[in-house]
Design a binder for this molecule. Structure first.
Ligand code: GH3
Ligand code: MG
Ligand code: MG
Length: 624
């Protein structure tokens, strides 16, 4: 289509160029014709003057005035000769001499009227004098616009002295005739130019209109942002690796509509779009994605992965602080934002947008008025670098510590019975870091406690929001920590229903000195209805007295046993004995690390109650 437009454009401008060329070419022809006519006439005048000069020299040998005055017959004869040359073009042919006062007077006159001999003729003296002095012929061009009017002056030299001047006046209307012949063409050109002018005007107007229509079709009239039509076009040609994606949704917008009316809602939508526009740059793209949902493509400029995150935080704060005004009422709103930092890691743009939307969903679920940003970490890049205390500390401060959730399935029904919360850290590059890379360095520091609190709050929130069973990992040291213990108890008291959704998974269980305190605290927690699980049972020195001391509901069989249960007889037998023991004690068993079909088949055969592992489901930032 564009190709054809280009061809039309080329043809159109070629035609215009040809017409303009023709216009100037014709003007040039007219000019050339005029010059040629002029030259022909001048050549003729020269030859006339030459002949007259010869004639004069034939009969006159000294002073022409004196000789002609003496000989009127000669004068008459010569005038007759001149008169033969006179015609409608060469109208005046005469010979003048200069008297001693410097005035010019007739010697011979070619016109057939009565003789003007010795009468004065007023001429342009300076020109005539010049011919007298230089003894060179002169062409005096009195050309009018379309007619030629030329006087040709030739000196008559006798004995090296200028004695007279032959003057031939000629004029022609040929140029006028040519002009008359060409004039219709000129008129045609005027019409053509007017037509071209009109055509150009129509073209410009049409282009303007079609651009306007096009703009309207891709713009949302309420907010002035692009609409989904634009997004559809954009998806075809956008280079997604150049952008990061933000998805924004206004929190509780329905309530704004309900409280203040739909018009107020509209004002808020338009104003929000303006706030966003102020926070983004020219190269970024703002699209109204849905009702109160905006999609923003942030053009990468530097190599900071946090670009979109920073922009999103700015937008979030700006919206939170803005006093929206409607009908003299001040309205305050907040927004939640989800980010896809590395769209290039997704199969296509739609998937990347979907990821940003999932992050937005997470932001909503986890309290709104916040920015959630995770990335699908690049599988090619597995940096196993250990993070420092400071890294974790700033991650905590920046809200870059959160949980992934891995489902645990009931082996018989196949339904999800609960999720295990697995802590994750997002580093400054947007990569998701596993606990193995950062827990070590903060162990036994207050940062570790901060992290645990953060995880617990995360889990409590998730339970409140989604009403799902979640299992949280804690150490004995966490139970002993007063802050953490109090946090748990306070939450359990505050939200009575919380306990039934919560499982505490104990990661270590050596019988330390303080076991009595742990025992007391765990019994107290269990009183509320929280379930207690023993994690990684079967690794290290499995101490059976733990079942006597602590109120255990669930036993998670260590992954190292499950991993090769389909291949190792020992693993199989140990697991078997653990399941038998658990059954005897009335404890639920969980097999973690179910990573293949044959492992799954084997643990099912051993009648393990619950199953967890990559083969069934990977940990995910959201619970659907
Ligand atoms: P959440 O915090 O979960 O996002 O809740 P919410 O109420 O903002 O979201 P929900 O999707 O439930 O409601 C969105 C509302 O936005 C519903 C719809 O009537 C309203 N809406 C959609 N488009 C427009 C519009 O153009 N103008 C106005 N005034 N309201 C709109
Ligand atoms: Mg909303
Ligand atoms: Mg919505």
């Amino acid at each position: 289509m564009r190709h054809i437009q280009k061809i039309y454009g080329f043809i159109f401008f070629s035609i215009i160029a040809a017409i303009i060329y023709l216009f100037f070419a014709i003007a040039q022809i007219q000019q050339t014709l005029n010059t040629n006519i002029e030259n022909i006439f001048i050549a003729e005048a020269q030859s006339f003057a030459q002949n007259i000069n010869k004639e004069i020299h034939k009969y006159i040998k000294s002073n022409p005035y004196k000789e002609l005055k003496k000989n009127p017959k000669l004068q008459k004869n010569m005038e007759h000769t001149l008169s033969i040359l006179v015609n409608h073009a060469f109208k005046y042919i005469f010979v003048l001499y200069k008297d001693k006062h410097g005035n010019y007077r007739y010697l011979l006159d070619g016109s057939k009227e009565k003789s003007l001999f010795n009468q004065r003729l007023s001429v342009k003296k300076e020109l005539w004098d010049k011919v007298y002095e230089t003894q060179q012929p002169l062409i005096v061009n009195q050309k009018k616009l379309d007619n030629l009017w030329i006087t040709y002056l030739k000196p008559v030299i006798v004995n090296n002295k200028t004695e007279a001047i032959i003057a031939i006046d000629f004029s022609t209307e040929l140029p006028q005739n040519i002009y008359n012949a060409i004039e219709p063409l000129d008129r045609i050109f005027i019409y053509i130019f007017i037509a071209i002018g009109l055509l150009i005007f129509i073209l410009i107007y049409q282009t303007y209109i079609s651009m306007k229509v096009k703009k309207e079709s891709i713009t949302d009239p309420l907010t002035g942002a692009y609409n989904r039509n634009y997004l559809r076009d954009l998806l075809n040609h956008i280079h997604i690796a150049d952008y990061q994606i933000i998805m924004l949704d206004i929190d509780h917008f329905k309530q704004v509509n309900d409280h203040y009316g739909h018009k107020a809602g509209d004002v808020i939508l338009a104003t929000t779009a303006n706030i966003i526009k102020k926070e983004i740059r020219e190269n970024d793209i703002l699209i109204r994605f849905g009702g109160e949902e905006f999609l923003i493509f942030i053009k990468k400029s530097s190599n900071t992965i946090y670009l979109a995150y920073n922009v999103a935080q700015r937008i979030r704060k700006a919206i939170q602080l803005y006093d929206f005004l409607y009908d003299d009422k001040e309205i305050h709103i907040t927004a939640s934002l989800g980010i896809c930092c590395k769209p290039e890691h997704f199969k296509n743009i739609s998937q990347a947008i979907k990821h940003a939307d999932e992050m937005l969903y997470t932001a909503k679920r986890e309290g709104r008025n916040q920015v959630i940003s995770t990335i699908k970490s690049n599988p090619l890049k597995k940096a196993a670098e250990i993070k420092s205390i400071n890294d974790v500390k700033s991650a905590l401060e920046d809200n870059r510590i959160f949980c992934y959730f891995q489902p645990i399935y009931n082996a018989i029904s196949g339904n999800i019975s609960k999720y295990e919360a697995l802590v994750r850290m997002e580093d400054r590059n947007g990569s998701i870091i596993l606990p193995g890379q950062f827990i070590e360095s903060i162990m036994y520091t207050n940062i570790y406690n901060e992290l645990t609190k953060n995880v617990l709050e995360n889990v409590f929130n998730k339970i409140q929001k989604q009403k799902v069973s979640i299992s949280a990992n804690l150490n004995f040291s966490d139970i002993l920590d007063n802050n953490i213990y109090n946090l748990i108890i306070t939450e359990l008291k505050k939200h009575k229903e919380l306990a039934s959704w919560l499982t505490i998974e104990l990661l270590e269980y050596e019988l330390i000195e303080e076991i009595a305190i742990i025992q007391k605290r765990l019994f107290e927690i269990k009183e509320y209805g929280v379930k207690i699980a023993i994690d990684d049972f079967g690794s290290g020195y499995a101490n059976y007295s733990i079942f006597k001391l602590l109120p255990i509901d669930i036993l998670k069989i260590d992954g190292s046993l499950i991993r090769d249960i389909d291949k190792s007889k020992t693993s199989y037998k140990i697991t078997h004995s653990i399941t038998l023991l658990a059954k005897e004690l009335g404890i639920t068993t969980v097999a973690e690390f179910v990573h293949s079909a044959s492992v799954l088949e084997t643990v099912k055969r051993l009648e393990v109650d619950e199953l967890q592992g990559f083969y069934l489901a990977e940990p995910s930032p959201v619970i659907l």
